[in-house]
Design a protein around this ligand. Structure first.
Ligand code: BGC
Length: 755
């Protein structure tokens, strides 16, 4: 079957932003536009792999013409979304394409979004694995999970003919109603930064160009192209920028994607402070800065501020750039720096030495990895009287209710969206494909997973549309498992923390009818739970990925002991947040379908800015709730297990290499893993929030077993950013160190003195 028959093309027209869901897997029969294979012919000294990436880039540049240099610093459109042109004909039909320089053996850059898996994959009938949402991976608190997550994405990118990832989202959750919260790694800069660094290293292991995004303070979607994030330097450095600092310095990504929004007045992609002073000077970033899609707004200003590549078009970095160089308005050395960074990253990543080896992808081969990650990320929020795990031998009747749990589990939307093999489990009526910004349900059925694990029980499903009918089924069952979901997506924030539709009523009705009610949440953001006291157990399954149902089944029935911890606070309600609601732009936002239908030259025009004052500064997430002494529903770092753990024998050491050690004991009857967390209270002179996370370790223990957990504390994580000295400084004084199982359950504490 041809890859692009007329029907599919017709469908594609309505499927803006490259999201197309096909009904069935289509085998790939032809390889399209493979990037040039790296060779070592005579006369190409840059192919000598014993030279450093920088030296190799220098050598190529000696042979490049001005036009060739310009060709490398901009995109050629969105190939998966736009007609084939002579410029993009050889692309891999991803979301970005920079043609190579064949005469010099420099391959094209084929970019794909890759937040929780490769997108767009199904456009060519090639599917990829949807991992649990990034936020879920953060809930594992396990750097190995983050590495595997990134490595799978890297492998599948290469297998599909891509050599650059557009993943690595790490904007911390300053606004929990942000529509992209699921794409990021939670609210703590040290946890999020460390996890993204590991994820980037994993992706790097596959030999693709890695990315971190969206730099910086892209903390809400509403009016994202107009919003001006206003924040003091110290607060920014210790919060949002710290996550990027750790990601950049420890993960060493090849590219940094600058964001849509402005920061303290300037657009991120022409912000000298962010790009030149912080990223390139202070963090010594050697890779290139690529604009988010249509986030470039100027030529001379952006170039001077440190933007190296415009995507997806050439509005500012094509002929205008060339003219500016020829007129001397942009020094040639500045262009050379952009080009050098891009080439250096191509060499450093392996994209040149090992050209993408596109193969037929088996979208089922990596299900095990997706399941395993989900099993380590599910968070058990409540388990009254050991309602879980379920014992199939004691259950005769099980009610499964709500959230289309008979057929699938929800996924996160927008440019993160991965196409599900087998198609959307809830396809809009009369359609073959699912459009951009429509919910996609992965065909992984919790109902089937429960039936398979309780073969002797009668398992009945109710849609939940009528809470009274669902309650009647629950009343007539030994146990009720009620599913609730909240879809979220890029470009749209959530109005509130509440579950949508009738789901609060449904849960309350079911829990009132059956005391053995288990609530399973499929969300990418924290949600409020007015019914929290009613059910016996609550599980946060996040957006659970391609094999979410099996992972969930294994947790429900105790094959897997849950070990995830919240990377994000669950507030009681919107009232406790720094802002009562997400700020909208004063005029109707153009960041919608209307925006994308503008002629491309129009899209770069600046929109009137509106300010968002981040007055809470460094007090993001739990730091805010702790500083304000507000109650929370479930605190940052919280999560239960089917076993119990005890913390004892704290010992601390100050001096030049401060450390903490304590004894962790599994006091229950099952093997389990505990994320042991260490927080620090800084000296009063530091004027910091009450506590910050400074270290953690995920420890697996057999029943009755103990382990001494020993953690070195990184001085930077105990420091504050001194704006006058323009560097991190340790405030001399007494530091109280706490150890325990969440930010609000810290049984051990001791003090060290640091100079
Ligand atoms: C998103 C980026 C994404 C890009 C390409 C933008 O709208 O903000 O995260 O990589 O599109 O799809």
């Amino acid at each position: 079957m041809p890859l692009w028959d007329a029907t599919l093309r017709g469908e594609m027209k309505h499927s803006a932003r490259c999201t197309l869901t096909l009904l069935a897997s289509i085998a790939v029969s032809a390889a399209l536009g493979l990037p040039a294979t790296a060779q070592t012919p005579q006369g190409r000294p840059w192919m000598n792999t014993s030279l450093s990436p920088g030296a190799r880039a220098d050598l190529v540049m000696q042979r490049m013409t001005l036009d060739e240099k310009i060709r490398l610093i901009h995109g050629t459109g969105i190939p998966c979304d736009e007609p084939v042109t002579p410029e993009n004909a050889k692309s891999n039909r991803g979301v970005g394409y920079v043609p190579g320089i064949a005469r010099l053996g420099i391959p094209a850059i084929n970019m794909a979004d890759a937040a929780y898996g490769v997108r767009p994959s199904a456009v060519d009938g090639r599917y990829s694995t949807a991992l649990p949402a990034d936020l879920a991976a953060a809930a594992s608190w396990d750097l190995r999970v983050a590495y595997e997550y990134g490595a799978l994405i890297g492998r599948e990118l290469r297998a599909q003919g891509y050599n650059m990832s557009l993943g690595g989202g790490v904007d911390i959750t300053r606004e929990p109603r942000n529509g992209r919260t699921f794409e990021y790694l939670g609210e703590d800069p040290i946890l999020a930064g460390s996890m993204v660094a590991s994820l980037i290293q994993g992706t790097h292991s596959a030999g693709v160009i890695t990315d971190i995004k969206h730099y910086a303070l892209n903390d809400q979607e509403s009016g994202r192209m107009a919003i001006n994030a206003v924040i003091g330097e110290r607060a920014a450095r210790e919060s949002d920028l710290l996550a990027f600092e750790i990601g950049v310095t420890e993960g060493r990504p090849d590219a940094v994607m600058c964001a849509y929004n402005r920061v303290n007045g300037d657009y991120s992609c022409e912000n000298d402070y962010l790009l030149n002073q912080v990223l390139k000077r202070d963090w010594r970033f050697q890779g290139f800065v690529v604009s988010d899609w249509n986030a470039a707004h100027s030529t001379v200003k952006a170039s001077k501020a440190g933007l190296d590549m415009e995507q997806p078009y050439d509005v500012f970095y094509g002929s205008r750039f060339k003219a500016a160089v020829e007129a001397g308005r942009i020094p040639l050395a500045e262009l050379d720096d952009h080009v050098h960074r891009i080439l250096r990253s191509m060499f450093a990543s392996g994209a040149i030495d090992a050209a993408s080896d596109r193969v037929e992808v088996d979208p089922f081969a990596d299900l095990r990895v997706a399941r395993d990650i989900e099993e380590r990320s599910i968070v058990l929020l409540k388990n009254h009287n050991e309602a879980l795990p379920l014992d199939p031998t004691r259950l005769k009747t099980i009610a499964v209710i709500g959230a289309h749990a008979d057929v699938g589990m929800i996924s996160g939307g927008g440019s993160a969206q991965v196409d599900p093999p087998g198609g959307n489990a809830i396809m809009p009526p009369g359609r073959r494909g699912t459009h951009w910004l429509e919910p996609i349900w992965f065909p992984t059925s919790p109902l089937k997973a429960i039936v398979a694990r309780a073969p002797g029980a009668l398992v009945r499903f109710d849609s939940g549309a009528d809470p009274a009918a669902a309650a009647a089924l629950a009343r007539a069952s030994d146990v009720a498992v009620v599913f609730a979901y909240k879809w979220s997506t890029e470009t749209v924030d959530q109005h509130s923390l509440a579950l949508p539709g009738n789901q609060n009523q449904l849960i309350a009705a079911v829990a009132a009818a059956n005391p053995h009610t288990i609530v399973v949440l499929e969300t990418g953001n924290p949600v409020s739970m007015p019914w929290v006291k009613a059910p016996a157990a609550i599980i946060e399954a996040w957006y659970a990925g391609s094999d979410g149902a099996d992972a969930l089944g294994n947790v429900l029935f105790g094959k897997v002991n849950p070990s995830g911890k919240l990377p994000i606070t669950f507030p009681v309600s919107d009232q406790e947040l720094p802002r009562k609601m997400v700020k909208q732009p004063p005029a109707a936002s153009r960041d919608t379908a209307a925006f994308w239908s503008l002629p491309k030259l129009e899209r770069g025009k600046g929109l009137p800015p509106f300010n968002e004052d981040y007055t809470e500064g460094v007090e993001v997430g739990y730091k805010w709730f702790d500083a304000e002494r507000k109650p929370v529903l479930f605190p940052f770092g919280y999560g239960l297990s089917y076993t119990t753990f005890k913390y004892s024998r704290l010992a601390v050491k100050g001096g030049d290499s401060p450390s903490v050690s304590f004894l962790l004991t599994n006091t229950g009857k099952r093997a389990g893993a505990e994320v042991a967390e260490v927080y620090a209270e800084l000296p009063a002179a530091a004027h910091e929030p009450p506590r910050r996370l400074v270290a953690w370790s995920k420890v697996t223990l057999a029943p009755g077993a103990s382990k001494t957990v020993m953690l070195q504390l990184k001085p930077k994580f105990l420091s504050v950013f001194n704006v006058e000295k323009d560097k991190w400084s340790l405030i001399p004084g007494a530091y109280t160190l706490f150890a325990g199982s969440s930010s609000r359950d810290l049984p051990l504490k001791a003090t060290i003195h640091l100079k």
